[in-house]
Design a protein around this ligand. Sequence first.
Ligand code: UDP
Length: 236
Amino acid sequence: MKLILEGKAKKIFQTKKKEVLVQYFKDSATAFNNKKKRNFKNKGVINNLISSDIFTYLTKNNIKTHFIKRISSREQLIRKLKIIPIEVVIRNFSAGSLVNRLGIKRGKKLKEPLVEFYFKCDALNDPIINDDHIMLLNIANKKDIAKIKAIGLKVNKLLLKYFNNINIVLVDYKMEFGFLKKNIVLGDEISPDSCRLWDKKTKISFDKDIFRENKGNLLKSYLEVLKRLKIEVENV
Ligand code: UDP
C-alpha cells in the first residue's frame, strides 16, 4: 500500500479503491506542538481499539463518520474525506489552554458545552480562531460552520454518556471533520490522546496529560480505559 500521509501519531495509506484509505496508529506521542516526543509501546494498538469502539458507537447513533471497520491491531479502513483544516474542541469542564487563556479555575463545570475552533497550521502553532476567521480563510461557509457545531454538540452528548457509563468525566476533546461529497463527516480519531478523561471520583487523568505533565504511567491509564469499556485485548 502506498503511504500518502504521515502525521505525529498516525499514517495514512491508499488502498486499491480510490475512495478508501487505511489509518494506521503509531506508538509515538507528541505534545506542545511536537517539542516533546516519546514512544509508548503498544499505545497505537490501544488507541485503535478505543477509537474504533467510539466510532462504532457514534455510527450506531446516527453520526456520519469516516470509519468503516477495524482491520488489524493498528489499522482501520476509513473513507477518504476532504479534510477541513480546523480542530474542533468541545469543553465540558475547564482545563488546559482554556484555563491558561482566561485565567479561570481548573476543573469547573461549564454552564454550557463550549465549542472552540483552532486553525490547523503547525507554523502558526494552531491558533484559536472564530467563525469569521474561518470564513475569511475560505475554510468553510456559515452553513457548514453551523453544521459542524451541531454535529459536534450531538457527539458531545453521546460521548458524555459513553464515558459516564464507565465512571469517567469527559472534560474536553478534539474532533476533525471533512467533506464526503457535500456531507460533513467526522474523521480522524477520538482516543485518550485527543480527550481529557478524569476518573469521576478521584479526578485522576486517564489521558495524554499524563505525558504532557509527567504524572503517572500513560499505558497503564489507557489500558484502564480499555478495561472499563470491556474491550477484549490480545497481546497488549
Ligand atoms: N487536543 C488535541 N490535539 C491538539 C490540541 C488539543 O487532541 O493539537 C485536545 C486535547 O487533548 C484536549 C482538548 O483538545 O483534550 C483541548 O486542548 P487544549 O486546548 O486545552 O490544549 P492543550 O493545553 O492540551 O494543548
